[in-house]
Design a protein around this ligand. Structure first.
Ligand code: ZN
Length: 338
């Protein structure tokens, strides 16, 4: 779309090619060897210096409140003392802050192994004996539960509208498509999970539109399940956050799928980037397949409300997801160039 600036578009294209298809010469070794490990405040960290070395970033520098790593195809900007991390300009929200500590910078082991590495090297992280051939689409809400409501309509209606377009597009690319609902009826979260888990070789995409922020919040957010030991975003850590859930068997695939869908939606819609976040929504917790939950804009924002009600925007979101599904499949099948 014309309102996406050229440099922004270029950096997003780089993200897809750079992140999911890296030309990094990272060693094929596991993440166990040669790291500078630091124990700090009850958590395990590695230094950004050793991340640089492992993935062969040619430069590392502090730029204002950011610490930047860069090579030909990938640029990572860590917020010093914060959780927001930009990889080729796409925002990820880390589970733990990046900490300056005794002249070094620390990144949690969880963020390294559950986010940075699967995004930079999906092939090494996502083991599939058979590539997926099924996409389960979950249009959020329905029936007694309209989801967010604005002057134009109900979220449940728009979720289903996008899902139906997406179904057609994916079927045209020979995917088997399953819908958790294909009419305006009530369906509990548990029912969605049980139904989705009946299928094999599948990925799961839940479609929603957002609301909140007193009319000011806008943009696209993508959620994936919090790894064990990581809270639901914006909430403190609970005892049961340490339990492994069904969805945690797919931790690497979850973040790679989220990266593909989130960045393609930003690219195609030009909407603001609210980041890839960690959550413990029940569909993400319970589904055994790689799973994400997309919030494709705000029902409560005056401009986005009009967009969401418009079939052109619904098609744009659907085709972004379709492209992302293709990219993701390729990324999990192709060994990176060296
Ligand atoms: Zn919703």
């Amino acid at each position: 779309m014309s309102f996406v600036s050229r440099s922004f578009r270029k950096s997003l294209l780089l993200l897809l090619d750079g992140l999911l298809f890296p030309t990094l010469t990272a060693s094929a070794a596991g993440l166990d060897d040669g790291w500078e490990k630091v124990r700090h405040d009850g958590h395990n960290y590695v230094t950004v210096g050793s991340i640089r070395k492992f993935y062969n970033f040619h430069s590392m520098k502090v730029n204002g409140s950011f610490l930047e790593l860069e090579n030909k195809t990938v640029k990572i900007k860590f917020t010093i003392g914060g959780q927001e991390v930009f990889m080729n300009h796409v925002k990820f929200v880390f589970s733990f802050k990046v900490i300056p500590h005794q002249g070094r910078y620390l990144v949690s082991r969880i963020d390294l192994s559950k986010l940075v590495d699967p995004v930079l090297r999906p092939f090494y992280n996502i083991q599939t004996s058979t590539p997926f051939d099924t996409v389960i689409i979950d249009p959020g809400h329905g029936g007694n539960d309209p989801g967010a409501v604005n002057r134009y309509g109900k979220e449940a209606t728009y979720n289903l509208a996008v899902a139906r377009i997406l179904k057609q597009q994916l079927e045209a690319r020979r995917f088997k498509v399953i819908m958790t609902r294909n009419s305006d009826h009530t369906l509990s979260l548990a029912e969605r999970v049980i139904y989705a888990n009946r299928f094999q070789n599948a990925i799961f995409i839940s479609i929603h539109f957002n609301s909140g922020g007193r009319g000011r919040a806008q943009g696209i957010e993508t959620f994936t399940l919090s790894p064990a030991g990581v809270a639901h975003y914006g909430r403190g850590l609970h005892q049961n956050d340490f339990q492994l859930r069904n969805g945690n068997t797919q931790d690497s695939a979850n973040i790679a799928l989220a990266t593909a869908v989130h960045s393609t939606c930003l690219l195609k819609t030009g909407r603001p980037d609210r980041g890839i976040r960690r959550a413990r929504f029940s569909v993400l917790t319970g589904v055994r397949h790689p799973a994400i939950l997309l919030e494709g804009g705000f029902m409560s924002h005056s401009y986005e409300a009009r967009l969401i009600a418009n079939v052109t925007y619904q098609r744009t979101i659907a085709s972004a997801i379709t492209d992302a599904v293709m990219k993701y499949r390729l990324a999990t099948m192709r060994r990176p160039q060296r």
